[in-house]
Design a protein around this ligand. Sequence first.
Ligand code: HEC
Length: 202
Amino acid sequence: MHDTMHDTMHAPTLHTPVHMAAIIALTAASLALTACGGTATDDTAGGSTATLDGGASDGGASDGGTAEADLATANALWSEIAGYDAWPYPDGWGDVVATPGGVHGESVQLWINTLADDVISAGAGGLLPDGAIAVKEVFSDDAGAKLSSIVTMKKISGYAPDTNDWFWVKYTPDGTPEMYGDVSGCSGCHSGGQDYLLTTTW
Ligand code: HEC
């Protein structure tokens, strides 16, 4: 009898550390979430603090390759997409399209390279081929006057098999890669689209 009382009286005390551990764990979890961003906002103020990502930690430190190799790929890709504004585009994307409150700014314009266009125009279904590229200009205004970033995705066979081998980059308007590689924030949000494209199906 005495022992039972003893146990009962001390039960709350015994539980306290467990409870506190749970609170600490929860706090850590929410801090981790905050740190990872996952926010769907782009820089609408034309600032340089865009958070359209899976966290700053994804920038350059990807799962697909070393940060150094990814940076080299991102820089090479900037050269490769030069002149993209003469590229084809999916139906309905011939001009600036307003996306008020959109995750990629207030308006956007999209182009795809011929490797992607051949498959998309043919309505061929399936996945886009190795070398397919989509490029999108992101504007902080409705009219498409204030360019805030250029985002692109290129399929590089074998690069990131879990996410259909897409290499993602977000460039500043002058072509500096801000985020690049197998960026989980990009692929995570894009995973609902056909082969990760959210603007069109084929
Ligand atoms: C929170 C969701 C979200 C995140 C995160 C996101 N995107 Fe997008 N993306 C979209 C949506 C929605 C579109 C469709 C067009 C639009 O509304 O701007 C799109 C379109 C695109 C396109 C045009 C091709 C297409 O059809 O999908 C490219 C390229 C692109 N995003 C690149 C990126 C890159 C690079 C990142 C990471 C730095 C990224 N996106 C992160 C939602 C997202």
